[in-house]
Unconditional design. Structure first.
Length: 261
């Protein structure tokens, strides 16, 4: 699971692009790093250590599998299963992409090796910041063209979603955000809303009983301790894994996280 060394890698790869894209927003590099840790950190923290290009790592940042039985509970958003997806225009093509994404990612992430044995299972979360397949109805080309694997496109989508989440969290007028306010926005990003009385105990609840908000907040605090040496941004040779300023905190559990909206 993501730790300070992983966050250092993330910042080295993406800091320049992120800081340019965040101009005029109240969001920060640390906030986007924490979001990436919470959404897909369990995937890219492993993939970055494999012999893969950055483009391939981004393409394999998929997750949250689906195969709901007709009439069953669970996921409420489109698509609930394969049949619902393939019934849409270009749905069969999308299923092929979604299924292959799961197969390819599972080769590197042991936790998905059992799931992939079911031929009807496929992923509904796409990109390092995760964008849900429910939006295939309105933005099919984003998925069909695999734009989620292009960091600039994925980042733009995430910033747009964060802007919407900021409004839903009641923070639209804020030009700067505290850590707690960033967590509120992240919770709204995950769930579609934020209830102040519940604090950080909102959003996806993982197998350890920790909520999305709690995990995001811890990742955000950890990100604050990771300082990128100026010579190690993208385009130069990154330092060895141990070259990070600040303490290396414990790895936090980041599991499939997006709740249906």
């Amino acid at each position: 699971m993501p730790n300070a060394k992983d966050i250092l890698w993330f910042k080295q790869q993406f800091r320049t692009d992120i800081e340019a894209a965040l101009h005029g927003t109240p969001f920060t590099l640390d906030m986007l790093a924490a979001l990436a840790c919470q959404e897909t950190g369990h995937i890219w923290s492993t993939l970055r250590k494999a012999d893969l290009s950055l483009d391939r790592i981004l393409e394999l940042c998929v997750g949250d599998t689906i195969d709901a039985k007709p009439g069953g509970g669970g996921r409420k958003a489109f698509p609930k299963n394969k049949s619902e997806l393939v019934a849409r225009p270009n749905g069969q093509e999308m299923f092929g992409i979604a299924r292959q994404a799961l197969v390819d990612m599972a080769q590197f992430i042991p936790g998905f090796k059992g799931v992939v044995k079911n031929p009807n299972k496929f992923c509904h979360g796409y990109g390092i910041f995760q964008f849900d397949l429910q939006f295939f109805k309105t933005e099919p080309d984003y998925f069909l063209q695999k734009r989620y694997a292009v960091f600039a496109d994925c980042l733009a989508k995430a910033i747009g979603e964060l802007r919407n989440a900021q409004s839903r969290a009641g923070l639209k007028s804020k030009t700067t955000l505290t850590d707690m306010e960033m967590a509120a926005v992240a919770i709204a990003y995950n769930t579609g809303g934020f209830v102040p009385s519940k604090g950080l105990k909102q959003g996806f609840k993982d197998s350890a009983g920790r909520f999305y908000g709690e995990n995001f907040f811890e990742f955000l605090r950890l990100a604050h301790t990771v300082v990128v040496p100026e010579a190690s941004v993208v385009g130069t040779q990154p330092p060895a894994d141990g070259a990070t300023n600040g303490s290396v905190g414990p790895a936090l559990v980041a599991q499939p996280t997006r709740l249906d909206r």
